[in-house]
Design a protein around this ligand. Structure first.
Ligand code: NAP
Length: 574
């Protein structure tokens, strides 16, 4: 059994937005913190996904952090949708501003995290066999960090080069004049295609399911606009927090049926011209839940594809035959236009499988061979549950998180998992579907408040009650069932229901009721004296605070002065 006093108050895994914010928050609480990062630098997805064309799909104004006032003056993004190098540079600036780098151990993959019920301590083991202990375990491993395994057995014999978008090499590969195949036309593939099209001798795009690609309409941000963003930074965030998906958008307040024909047309034209996700959130208020509203947007977008793509047969293949939002719509920057180039070919693989062979890609049934020099895989991610399922995460001798989630994913607000005490997930399954930096800002704040409460009450253990987690999951499932795309997303294997991973149980992995409603769940707990939490190890009552649970676990609050002295070697270890 490990010592009653852990080495660290908290261990964080991951250094993307959620890891960095968590590190800052835990430092504010006075925690001793250790962080592990598998990459050789910070950034999480913004470190690994350095493929050509990688940039945010969300307005940079809210693709940032706001945990202190200082942050708004730290950085000005140069474009509406910042590029991967810029987001990475931004995260680096945040990290260095708050001197958080020293807590991070790079190039270190965590392989297991085991909680001891005897002393309320997590034991974390890394791939190189190092062992660390902490009171709290904060996996900030991200919802899109575990890449879908490449399923093509023929790849072993491929004589050319191949790359996976999510582990793109640091040394930029020379793709100029090459014959390139790309498999995958989700948000990643859609960003890659226009970039590859301009350098490839020939680009062959293998598409299984077409997407509704929204026009990005990127632009540069000049000095004047950057100043304006900074001046309105807090107001933009406040406004975004009130929207369901955490974006600086103003819903019309009207459903499709409440609008006359010309008003509906104007709403569509206006939001199409604004670009990005505006058409999802500023056209009709019921695009997610009303078949009529959804069809109006779907039909509008289908027509636009036919306007841009010159070859009607190609346009037809690129046109989705399912309701808008069944798959998360990608943001395009010259995507459809790329198919008008003579060097770009679209191959419809909706009706037959493909495999890789020694000289390229072939269709399995009709046996058509496409000879290429390079293959690029942009096949997506094991969303929400993938990263944490790759580690052995276990409480005592109970089932691992992977085993638990194979049957059922149960969380409270996407933060706590019943049966896994002292573990706070940041940006995992069941978090609200929306702008992640904004969601995690609220999530990490809430975790901070709970940890402060535990510190005040000397509690050393917290778990969520089954009732609270069940109530949250029940609402999550009911609301998802109301979406127009509830069934089509399952049928078409969308990642937000886990349907893109063969063998997965298909169920909603994210909360679709909107951020304001999700906040009610968090606020109710925080303001309601943490009634849904089960505490342990509390040793003292503090005025106005609920007495921490009766159970006395061994070990005390790690941030106490005795532990600090122990770490400095000034306390007798005997
Ligand atoms: P994705 O949306 O899941 O797309 C994966 C693509 O690979 C799909 O076109 C899929 O086809 C195809 N595919 C998978 N397995 C295949 C197979 N065996 N044979 C043929 N095709 C196969 O993944 P993603 O593009 O990486 O995007 C995932 C999410 O990450 C996005 O929705 C977004 O939330 C996030 N993301 C964000 C940004 C950004 O903000 N800038 C950029 C990239 C990604 P099917 O559709 O038929 O399964």
């Amino acid at each position: 059994m490990t010592s009653a006093v852990p080495e660290f108050d908290s261990i964080v895994v991951g250094t993307g937005f959620s890891g960095i914010h968590s590190l800052w928050q835990l430092k504010q609480l006075g925690h001793s913190v250790k962080c592990f990062e598998a990459g050789s630098d910070i950034g999480g997805v913004w470190y690994w996904n350095r493929y050509p064309g990688a940039r945010t799909d969300i307005d940079g104004r809210v693709y940032s952090m706001k945990f202190t006032e200082k942050l708004k003056d730290l950085w000005d993004y140069k474009e509406r949708y910042p590029t991967q190098p810029e987001v990475h540079a931004y995260l680096t600036a945040v990290l260095d501003e708050f001197d958080l780098r020293r807590t991070i151990q790079f190039s270190t993959r965590v392989v297991s995290a085991i909680f001891s019920h005897a002393n309320n301590i997590w034991t974390i083991t890394t791939a190189n066999g190092e062992v660390f202990t902490s009171r709290f375990f904060v996996p900030a491993t991200g919802p899109m960090s575990s890449a879908k395994k490449i399923p093509f057995p023929g790849l072993a014999g491929f004589k050319g080069q191949w790359f996976q978008s999510s582990t793109w090499p640091k040394e930029k590969p020379d793709l100029k004049g090459k014959r390139i195949a790309i498999i995958g036309t989700g948000a990643t593939g859609v960003q890659l295609v226009p970039k590859l099209a301009t350098v490839a001798k020939e680009l062959i795009v293998f598409q299984r399911t077409p997407n509704y690609v929204l026009p990005g309409r990127n632009f540069n941000i000049d000095r004047e606009e950057a100043d304006e963003i900074r001046e309105n930074y807090n107001a933009i965030w406040r406004m975004s927090e009130k929207t369901d998906f955490g974006l600086p958008m103003v819903p019309t307040g009207k459903t499709f049926s409440e609008m006359k024909d010309d008003e509906a047309q104007q709403a569509l034209d206006r939001t199409w011209e604004s670009g990005g996700f505006h058409i999802m959130f500023e056209s009709f208020d019921d695009v997610f839940i009303d078949a009529g509203a959804n069809t109006a947007v779907s039909d509008y977008l289908k027509k636009k594809i036919r306007v841009v793509v010159e070859d009607p047969e190609v346009a037809e293949i690129l046109t989705p035959k399912y309701p808008f939002l069944t798959k998360r719509p990608p943001c395009g920057h010259g995507y459809y236009e790329a198919f008008n180039r003579p060097n770009v070919k679209l191959v419809d693989i909706s009706k037959e499988e493909i495999d890789v062979y020694d000289n390229g890609v072939k269709t399995s049934q009709t046996g058509v061979h496409y000879e290429v020099d390079v293959i690029i895989f942009a096949l997506g991610f094991d969303a929400g549950i993938g990263a944490l399922s790759e580690m052995e995460v276990r409480a005592g001798t109970g089932p691992s998180l992977k085993e638990t989630w194979e049957k059922d994913v149960e969380t409270y607000a996407g933060v706590l998992v019943p049966g896994f005490p002292n573990m706070f997930i940041v940006c995992g399954p069941h978090m609200p579907f929306g702008n992640m930096p904004l969601v995690l800002d609220l999530q990490v704040n809430w975790i901070g408040a709970l940890l402060q409460y535990m510190k005040d009450t000397s509690a050393t253990r917290v778990s969520v009650s089954d009732e609270l987690a069940q109530a949250y999951c029940k609402e999550l499932a009911i609301i998802f069932g109301m979406a127009v795309f509830a069934e089509s997303s399952k049928k078409l294997g969308s990642w937000f229901v886990g349907g893109n991973i063969p063998g997965r149980v298909i169920r909603p992995l994210f909360y679709f009721s909107g951020i304001p409603r999700w906040r009610v769940w968090l606020d109710k707990e925080r303001e309601g004296n943490w009634k849904g939490m089960v505490f342990g190890g509390g040793e003292r009552r503090i005025e106005g605070k609920r007495r921490a649970g009766k159970r006395r676990a061994s070990g005390g609050w790690v941030g106490n002065s005795e532990h600090k002295k122990r770490r400095r070697g000034t306390v007798n270890k005997g």
